[in-house]
Design a binder for this molecule. Structure first.
Ligand code: HEM
Length: 406
C-alpha cells in the first residue's frame, strides 16, 4: 500500500540521499513527476520508493497529512482535489500594532489548522470529527505590500508583478496582505476550515478581500491532472534538485520558504474545444491524449525544441506554449506549478495558475514571452493576480511566522 509522504521533516539535502536527475529517477522506476502531486510529494519527503503512488488524486483516504513540518503542506503534499484561496487585508494602524495583529493572526491560524488536521480527532470543531483524520493541506503567505510596511525579512525579489500586455486584472479578485490556500478532499472541509480561519483573521483585525474556489478532475494515482483545455497540466514540474535551486529559497532564513504567484486565467474552453485536435496540439506543443511532447512518445519525454520537419519547420511550433514557457529560454529555471480549474459562471471558467518560485522574476520572464506570442493567447485572459511570500512551515511546538519576530 502506498505510504503517505510526511510533511517535510527536514530541508537538509542529506535527508534525501542519492537524488539523481529526472531521467535517472524515471529509469529507476520512481514515480517522479507523475503528476503535480507526485512531484510535490517527492519534494516534501525526499522519498524515492519505487512504485510510490503519491498523486494529484491524493494518497489513501485514511492517511493523515500533518500540519506541522519544516515546510508548509500546501506546497509539499500531493495535491488534493478541491481548493479554496482566501485573501485578507490588514488595515494599517501603527507599525507596532500591525506586527502584533499579524502575529496574533498567524498564531491563531496555526492553532486552527493544526487542530483541523489532528489525527486523534482532537479538532475543536465537531463538524470535522465525522470521518477520522481530516484530509487538509494549507499554506499561508504574506503580500509584498504588507511585508514592506512592517519591515519584515522576506526574500529579496518579493514584489508585485509588473503589468503584462493583455492583462484584464480585477483588483478586487487579487492582491492582499495575507493569503491562505486550503486544499482538501472535499468542499465540506474547505467550508468549515475557511469559516474558522476567517473568524480568527477577523478577530485579529484582518478584513476579507477575495476568495476563490477551484477543483481538479478525478485522477488516477500517479497521473497528471488535466486542465479545462483537456491537457495534462503539471508534467514538467521540477524534481527535488531543481526545486532546491528554483523553488525554495537559498540556504539561510528562506530555505524552507517560497513565493506563490497566483493568476486567475479565464479560458475560452468552447472555442479551444472547437479546434481540430491537431491544432490544439500545435498550440500546446504536446499531445492532448497522452501529454507527450510533439517530438516524443511518452508524457515525460523531454521536448526536443530543435527538431525540425524535412521542410525546415519546427516540430514544436515557434509559438507553442511549452516552447515559450520551457526552461531552455530561461537559464534552466523551472517553477512548481500546482494549478486548479475553476468554473464560476457561464463564460467564466479557467485555470487558477498557482506557481511556486524562489523569485517572482522567474514568472515574469516566462509571462513576458507568453504575453508576446503564446499560441494560447486567443483563448486565455488573465483576470486576477497575487504574489505571496509563502512562510516556512511550523515545526511541532512553533507557530507560523515565528522567525519574523526574532
Ligand atoms: C490558461 C493558461 C495556461 C494553460 C492552459 C497552460 C497549460 C499548460 C500545459 C498543458 C503545459 C504542458 C504540460 C506541463 O508541463 O504541465 C504547460 C506547461 C508549462 N506552462 Fe502553462 N499553461 C497556462 C498558463 C501558463 C502561464 C501563465 C505560465 C507562466 C507564466 C505557464 C508556464 C508553464 C511552464 C513553465 C510550463 C512547463 C514548460 C516546460 O518545462 O516544458 N503556463 N502549461
Amino acid at each position: 500500500m502506498p505510504t503517505e509522504p510526511e510533511n517535510a521533516s527536514s530541508s537538509n539535502p542529506s535527508a534525501a540521499p542519492g537524488l539523481g536527475r529526472r531521467r535517472a529517477l524515471l529509469a529507476a522506476g520512481a514515480v517522479l513527476a507523475a503528476g503535480v502531486g507526485a512531484a510535490a510529494g517527492e519534494l516534501a519527503a525526499g522519498d524515492r520508493t519505487p512504485g510510490r503512488t503519491a498523486a494529484a488524486g491524493g494518497p489513501p483516504p485514511e492517511a493523515p497529512i500533518p500540519f506541522h513540518g519544516v515546510r508548509q503542506s500546501g506546497v509539499t503534499a500531493p495535491q488534493l482535489p478541491a481548493t479554496k484561496l482566501v485573501a485578507f487585508d490588514l488595515p494599517p494602524s501603527s507599525a507596532a500594532a500591525d506586527r502584533e495583529a499579524l502575529r496574533t493572526l498567524l498564531a491563531a491560524w496555526t492553532r486552527t489548522l493544526a487542530a483541523a488536521t489532528a489525527v486523534d480527532g482532537a479538532s475543536t470543531d465537531p463538524r470535522l470529527r465525522a470521518g477520522g483524520a481530516t484530509r487538509l493541506t494549507s499554506l499561508v503567505g504574506l503580500g509584498p505590500a504588507l511585508a514592506a510596511r512592517l519591515g519584515l525579512v522576506v526574500p529579496a525579489g518579493l514584489a508585485e508583478l509588473p503589468p503584462f500586455p493583455g492583462d484584464r486584472l480585477d483588483p478586487a479578485r487579487g492582491g492582499g496582505d495575507v493569503l491562505l490556500q486550503l486544499c482538501a478532499a472535499d468542499h465540506w472541509t474547505l467550508a468549515v476550515v475557511n469559516e474558522l480561519a476567517t473568524t480568527a483573521a477577523q478577530a485579529a483585525g484582518a478584513t476579507p478581500r477575495w476568495s476563490q474556489s477551484g477543483f481538479l478532475p478525478g485522477t488516477e494515482p500517479g497521473a497528471t491532472p488535466r486542465n479545462l483545455f483537456g491537457f495534462k497540466d503539471g508534467t514538467a514540474n521540477p524534481d527535488e534538485d531543481a526545486a532546491r535551486q528554483w523553488v525554495w529559497g537559498p540556504p539561510g532564513p528562506h530555505q524552507d520558504a517560497t513565493v506563490l504567484v497566483y493568476r486567475r486565467i479565464r479560458m475560452d474552453t468552447a472555442a479551444f474545444a472547437a479546434l481540430p485536435e491537431e491544432k490544439q496540439n500545435f498550440a500546446m506543443g504536446r499531445r492532448a491524449g497522452d501529454g507527450a511532447p510533439l517530438t516524443g512518445a511518452a508524457e515525460h519525454d523531454e521536448p526536443d525544441l530543435y527538431a525540425k520537419h524535412p521542410d525546415g519547420a519546427y516540430v514544436i511550433p515557434a509559438a507553442a506554449h511549452v516552447r515559450l514557457a520551457g526552461p531552455r529560454l530561461d537559464g534552466g529555471a523551472r517553477m512548481l506549478r500546482r494549478g486548479y480549474s475553476y468554473d464560476d459562471a457561464p463564460g467564466d471558467r479557467g485555470l487558477l495558475f498557482c506557481a511556486f518560485v524562489r523569485d517572482p522574476g522567474q514568472f515574469s520572464r516566462v509571462q513576458d514571452r507568453l504575453a508576446a506570442r503564446d499560441a494560447l493567447n486567443p483563448f486565455v485572459e488573465h483576470t486576477a493576480s497575487a504574489v505571496a511570500y509563502v512562510l516556512p512551515g511550523a515545526p511541532e511546538g512553533t507557530a507560523l511566522g515565528d522567525h519574523l519576530w526574532s
